[in-house]
Design a protein around this ligand. Structure first.
Ligand code: DC
Length: 647
């Protein structure tokens, strides 16, 4: 364990994020593509610890893997059992790699060892080993009976009788058997010896097997039949859905922090059971909307989430998010039928209860349930331990929405499934102070001072338009060629290093302030394609602990959900005079009359353009600095901040 992350007190969450690929789907697809005949191109594969573990193992087993782009992998399937017949595999704490590989290797006719981190060696695997031994597989325990590490040796596989397997500890044992059995080419039957938990994960397995050409007949959840003679065949190109479990943190943030928060990458068409998390939020009164590929959550119309008492067996991972959301409800909540939590990355029932208490909540635990009482006020500065469990870290980020600072210990454990989780959380939860206004109103200086006082990030959006104009001019692109200028904007290699601004590694801090660049910026800023090309980049500046953004459309277009919006202006005469003084100080020629005329013309142009015209938002506070000095203007903005943001 190392390090910590201090989250500031937060109150509102709104915005849109694109989800990383689903872990469950990524690792299943990798294995199926590896075993299949033909080459599979997998798009949007999750890049995280658990998928890296799977990729490394598959490469060691003789599977050809090429990275073709940021999230695109080409997998050359081996068309049957693994060709490499010997290996020593380290599988970290990735259950989605360990269990299916154990089964596939047991049927591959080789000699292998499988091990993981100490916690992996505490996570049961006996039910899977029992199932494999029934069909003649030679699987041995190298440490404790019933737990990894394991050794697998060649053996003759017999499939004359149904395999009986338990499904009440983890559904991954059944998933592992189902995915591996087609390697034998023989007909096979699996019968459940117990109730099956986490059924939606089996649906993901069956769905993906079918995509790779193997059909499984299912009788309820008790019996599964794989007809003989089926083999995996590559479907060509496949796409990994966004991670529905990962979506739960953002949707909960929207339900708790006002919203709307939209996640992209999962929706109505998802094959992941965890999209049902949205139903649980809806049952709590949250307002949910769903499209084919997105889900959006907002707080209840009443503002307060309702207490719940729910059987959550079908969404064990996303259910953890509800345990923290329970703090924000109107009464005691109960999460039922979650025994599998005890054998996950950590004992999640115990861990959750312990950490919830640090926030002041009452938490009661049973063998397969958790009770949580809500809080009106949260204990500030709780230091949350995360137990090397990515979901603990992600869940407890929501506690900061209780309006208190929260410390997350060992935040990097999110790398298991969601390496940039906290950046993306910041994209919906970090408070934004939007300062818009006309040229020379002093907003740049004021915004910078406010950012410094608060310790927030700072975005000078005008600089991006200036950089675009300068980059286009340097590249010989005509400033009236909208498509070409938009391409320049999209590829802008700009860096902000404190006060210094770099373009393609070249310092341009002074150069972008030149009059001709200002005129060029004003031209390109009127082009819709240029504004669109810069939109996501500007939103990327929204990071914890917060952002002060200065421009023309910060409150109206880029950050419409900003809790603090200021329209900073001054009379044209006052602005002309300020610019006049600046120029004289720099020893540059200046003429009061032309300056005033230029400003007035630019005001008219900025206000009249069809996209993002300059105007005061209805929800923005007017700060007129005509008769104010900088200190007074900064104080006026900070006063807004004090009234609208939690301390
Ligand atoms: O604030 P500034 O003078 O550096 O802005 C340069 C140009 O970019 C100016 O013509 C206005 C335009 N701009 C814009 O259209 N939208 C923004 N958010 C910021 C600046």
């Amino acid at each position: 364990m190392s390090g910590f992350l201090d989250l500031p007190a937060l109150s509102r969450a709104a915005g849109t994020i694109r989800l990383p690929g689903s872990k469950s789907i990524s690792n299943r697809m990798l294995l199926l593509a590896a075993l299949a005949e033909g080459t599979t191109e997998i798009h949007d594969l999750l890049d995280s610890d658990d998928t890296r573990v799977m990729l490394t193992a598959l490469a060691a087993l003789g599977v050809g893997l090429d990275k073709r782009g940021a999230d695109v992998w080409r997998v050359r399937g081996v068309g049957g059992p693994f060709p490499v017949k010997q290996g020593d595999l380290f599988l970290g704490n990735a259950g989605t790699a360990f269990r299916p590989l154990t089964a596939a290797l047991a049927l591959s006719g080789g000699h292998y060892k499988l091990s993981g981190v100490p916690r992996m060696h505490e996570r049961p695997i006996g039910d899977l080993v029992d199932g494999l031994r029934q069909i003649g597989a030679d699987v041995r325990y190298l440490g404790h009976e019933g737990f990894p590490p394991l050794e697998v040796r060649p053996a003759e596989i017999r499939l004359d009788e149904p395999i009986r397997v338990r499904g009440d500890v983890s559904s991954q044992f059944l998933t592992a058997l189902l995915m591996a059995l087609p390697l034998t080419g023989k007909p096979a039957v699996i019968e459940m010896a117990t109730e099956l938990i986490s059924k939606p994960y089996i649906e993901i397995t069956l769905n993906l097997m079918a995509r790779f050409g193997v059909k499984v007949e299912r009788e309820g959840w008790a019996r599964f039949t794989i007809a003989g003679g089926q083999r995996y065949r590559s479907p060509g190109t496949v796409h990994v859905e966004g991670d529905a479990s990962g979506a739960s943190y953002f949707l909960a943030a929207g339900a708790i922090g006002g919203g709307p928060v939209r996640v992209e990458g999962v929706g109505r068409n998802s094959i992941q059971g965890d999209v049902k998390f949205a139903d649980a939020l809806a049952a709590m009164g949250a307002r949910i909307e769903m499209g084919d590929n997105w889900i959006e959550a907002r707080a209840p119309a009443s503002g307060k989430l309702k207490a719940f008492d729910l059987d959550l067996n079908h969404i064990p991972d996303a259910a953890m998010t509800l345990a923290v959301a329970a703090l924000f409800t109107d009464g005691p909540c109960k999460l039922r039928n979650i025994a599998s939590w005890r054998v996950k990355e950590t004992d999640r029932i115990a861990a959750m209860a312990t950490e919830l208490r640090k926030l002041g909540a009452m938490a009661e635990e049973g063998s397969d349930w958790l009770g949580v009482s809500p809080r009106l006020t949260f204990v500030a500065n709780a230091a949350i331990d995360t137990y090397d469990d990515h979901r603990m870290a992600m869940c407890f980020s929501l506690a900061a929405l209780g309006g208190v600072p929260v410390r997350i210990n060992d935040p990097d454990c999110v790398a298991k499934t969601f390496p940039d989780y906290f950046d993306r959380f910041g994209r919906v939860a970090a408070p934004v102070i939007a300062i818009d206004g006309p040229s020379a109103s002093g907003k740049g200086t004021v915004a910078q001072r406010v950012a410094k006082t608060l310790g927030f990030h700072f975005l000078d959006s005008g600089a991006l338009y200036r950089l675009t104009a300068l980059a286009a001019m340097r590249a010989g692109v005509a400033l009236d060629d909208e498509a070409a200028v938009a391409a320049v904007a999209a590829a802008l290699a700009a860096e902000f290093e404190g006060e210094r601004i770099l373009l393609d590694g070249d310092e341009v801090t002074e150069a972008i302030r030149a009059e001709e660049v200002g005129v060029g910026a004003s031209k390109v800023a009127a082009m819709p394609a240029v504004r669109a090309a810069l939109l996501e980049r500007q939103r990327g500046y929204r990071q914890l602990p917060g952002l002060v953004a200065d421009g023309r459309d910060m409150g109206s277009v880029v950050f419409p959900e900003a809790p603090v919006k200021v329209f900073l202006t001054a009379s044209a005469e006052a602005r002309a005079e300020r610019r006049y003084k600046q120029l004289i100080e720099k020893g540059m020629p200046a003429n009061m009359r032309t300056l005033l005329q230029d400003l007035q013309e630019r005001d008219i142009r900025d206000a009249a353009r069809s996209v993002a015209p300059l105007r005061q938002c209805v929800d923005a506070e007017l700060v007129d600095t005509t008769n104010m000095g900088i200190d007074e203007a900064v104080a006026a903005v900070l006063d807004q901040v004090r009234r609208k943001l939690p301390k």
